[in-house]
Design a protein around this ligand. Structure first.
Ligand SMILES: *Cc1c(COP(=O)(O)O)cnc(C)c1O
Length: 337
């Protein structure tokens, strides 16, 4: 293994030793297999290649001060993966296979799990793809569940520093009765052009509005949105956003801290009234939002380049729970070893 400078890692792919695979055939899942290959042989007519039968997950593993390796709410990732699979007619992956795969990938790649205090973590990426051939638009008869891991640093190069984002008004990533609530690759393909555009405009991420009326906040590309005002944590309710486990956790932590929580439609006109805003997700953790640009308008949330006080508290509680510094009062953490 080459020497990894943990502190310098970005959110990118680093080759590790092993990944695990499990095949679905004749109506059932097989045994977990270990592979040291980064490739998969695949049928030229596999449904994942032609018709987008692909769903994925993302969860992180952390080393604590005590040297123990912890996962955070993996059961939620499993549940969501089952839901995504159902949304595109793929078979459910059983919880025990999902959890065994997580543990195995960590155990087989322990030297790639970043130590405590480096700001880096080990990212697990499970996916299910349709591997059976079809030419007509139909679900495949065979599937592959694959899980690999890779050490990662912060999603945004700014880390826990405010980023500037831009509202997208000329494209949508998901429709109200479409695929937005499923973690499927197609949603990301749908976001690439808009993402490229906002990056070229100098912004860290795109902020999407509801596809139907363009009146309400949906989410940031790969992260949910929240705003804070009057001691209240406010996050959009929408049928086209991905139910973020980070957001769900922040809601609980906000309630623990005595904040009120509102999950409701958030009109664009409300943006100027927020005291703090953030984007949240496994990859981004909390990314404080420094400003939101909407055409000629700009709403500024951070003038000094720092996150607001409530975002900081939420971040510390969340990250502390994940790495074991803060007591896990909600039973969110599972120790791998
Ligand atoms: C994965 C994802 C998120 C974040 O969800 P977490 O469970 O917090 O990682 C938010 N939005 C989209 C579109 C996603 O795919």
């Amino acid at each position: 293994m080459k020497n990894i400078v943990w502190e310098n890692l970005s959110f990118g792919y680093t080759k590790t030793n092993h990944n695990v695979r499990c095949y679905y055939k004749d109506g059932k899942w097989g045994e977990i297999e270990v592979s040291s290959s980064e490739n998969i042989p695949i049928h030229i007519a596999a449904t994942c290649l032609h018709y987008g039968q692909e769903a994925f997950e993302g969860l992180k593993v952390f080393t604590g001060k005590d040297g123990k390796i912890r996962t955070f709410r993996w059961q939620e990732n499993h549940k969501r993966m089952v839901n995504s699979a159902q949304g595109i007619m793929m078979p459910e992956i059983p919880a025990d296979i999902f959890w065994e795969a997580c543990k195995k990938v960590v155990e087989l790649n322990k030297e790639f799990v970043p130590p405590y205090g480096t700001g880096a973590s080990f990212y697990l990426r499970p996916l299910i793809i349709g591997t059976g051939p079809q030419i007509g638009v139909r679900p495949a008869n065979e599937y592959l569940f694959l899980l690999f891991g890779t050490p990662v640093g912060p999603y945004f190069k700014e880390g826990f520093k405010p980023v500037n984002i831009q509202i997208v008004r000329d494209s949508d990533r998901a429709a109200p009765l479409g695929m937005g609530t499923y973690k499927v690759g197609g949603n990301y393909a749908a976001s690439l052009v808009a993402g490229d555009k906002v990056h070229k405009n100098g912004y860290a991420a795109a902020l999407y509005l509801d596809a139907k009326e363009k009146k309400y906040i949906d989410e940031c590309g790969p992260a949910n949105f929240f705003g804070i005002k009057n001691n209240t944590y406010i996050t959009p309710k929408s049928s086209s956003i991905l139910p973020s486990i980070t957001n769900k956790s922040l809601i609980t932590l906000a309630e623990d801290m005595g904040l009120k929580v509102e999950r409701r439609q958030v009109p664009v006109e409300e943006l100027p009234s927020f005291e703090e805003c953030g984007a949240c997700g496994t990859a981004a953790v909390i990314s404080p939002i420094g400003s939101i640009v909407d055409g000629e308008k700009e709403y500024v949330y951070s003038k000094d380049g720092n996150a607001g006080p409530i975002s900081i508290k939420l971040y510390e509680k969340l990250v502390g729970t994940q790495n074991g510094d803060v007591e896990d009062i909600h039973n969110w953490v599972s120790i791998i070893e």
